[in-house]
Design a protein around this ligand. Structure first.
Ligand SMILES: [Zn+2]
Length: 218
C-alpha cells in the first residue's frame, strides 16, 4: 500500500515512519491512494492547527527551534518577518497554550490556557472591520505580533461558530498531536488509529488480562 499525504505536515512524524512499513507488507495489494489530509481544519482555521503542529511532542521535532527557524516557518505560511528571541518566546507561549486549550480534558489546564491566551490578547488586540472579508483584523502592521493577532482572530471566530470544539489533540499524552475532528459525532480521539489508537487498545487489553489474572489467583 502506498499512501501519499496531500501535503507535508499532514501527519505525525511517527506516522510517516509507519508508512514504509505498511508499504513493505508483502500481503498488501499495491495501490496508490491520494488521501485528503484527515487532520486539516476547514479554511483559514487550519493555520492554527499547523502552528500548534510545528512541535511533534513525541519525537521532539520542532520547526520553531530558533528565531531563524521560526522566521523560515512564518515565511512559508505567508508571514515573512524577522523574529528575535522575544518574538520566539511569544510564539512558543501561544503555541503551547493553544495545544492545552485544544486538548483540555481537565478544567485547570483549560483555565490556565485561556488565561495565557487572554493575556496575549490584551497585548495584541484586534479591531472589527465589517467591510473586510476578514472582519477581525490585526492591529499590528506586521511581524510576530500581527501573526499572533491573526491566530487569536481565527480562534475567536471558531469559538463563535462552534468549530473550535472540533480542534483537538491526540488523547495519548506522549503524543498530543493536533487535529480537526471531522467525524459526524465528534468522537475522534487519536492522531491515527494505527499508532496511538492501537497502543491504547493494547494497553487496555493488557490491563484486562492483568485484572482477570489477578482475579483467577485471588
Ligand atoms: Zn497520537
Amino acid at each position: 500500500m502506498q499512501v501519499t499525504p496531500s501535503h507535508e505536515g499532514a501527519l505525525p512524524v511517527k506516522f510517516k515512519r509507519w508508512l514504509p512499513l505498511a508499504a513493505g507488507r508483502a500481503t498488501l495489494p499495491v495501490v496508490t491512494t491520494k488521501v485528503r489530509n484527515p487532520s486539516a481544519a476547514p479554511g483559514q482555521l487550519d493555520l492554527v492547527r499547523r502552528f500548534v503542529n510545528t512541535l511533534d511532542v513525541d519525537t521532539g521535532t520542532d520547526e520553531l527551534v530558533s528565531p531563524a527557524a521560526a522566521a523560515a516557518w512564518l515565511s512559508e505560511q505567508g508571514w515573512p518577518t524577522r523574529v528575535g528571541q522575544a518574538g520566539l518566546d511569544k510564539l512558543l507561549e501561544a503555541r503551547e497554550a493553544l495545544r492545552d486549550l485544544m486538548g483540555a480534558r481537565g478544567l485547570s489546564r483549560k483555565a490556565d490556557a485561556e488565561a495565557t491566551l487572554d493575556a496575549i490578547a490584551r497585548k495584541h488586540p484586534l479591531v472589527v472591520r465589517v467591510s473586510s472579508p476578514d472582519p477581525l483584523q490585526p492591529t499590528s502592521k506586521a511581524g510576530v505580533g500581527a501573526f499572533l493577532e491573526r491566530i487569536l482572530g481565527l480562534v475567536a471566530a471558531a469559538r463563535i461558530d462552534g468549530t473550535w470544539d472540533r480542534m483537538k489533540t491526540c488523547a495519548n499524552d506522549r503524543c498530543r498531536w493536533p487535529f480537526y475532528d471531522h467525524s459526524r459525532n465528534r468522537s475522534r480521539t487519536w492522531c491515527t488509529m494505527d499508532i496511538c489508537g492501537a497502543e491504547a487498545k493494547m494497553r487496555a487489553y493488557r490491563r484486562r488480562r492483568a485484572t482477570s489474572g489477578a482475579r483467577l489467583t485471588s
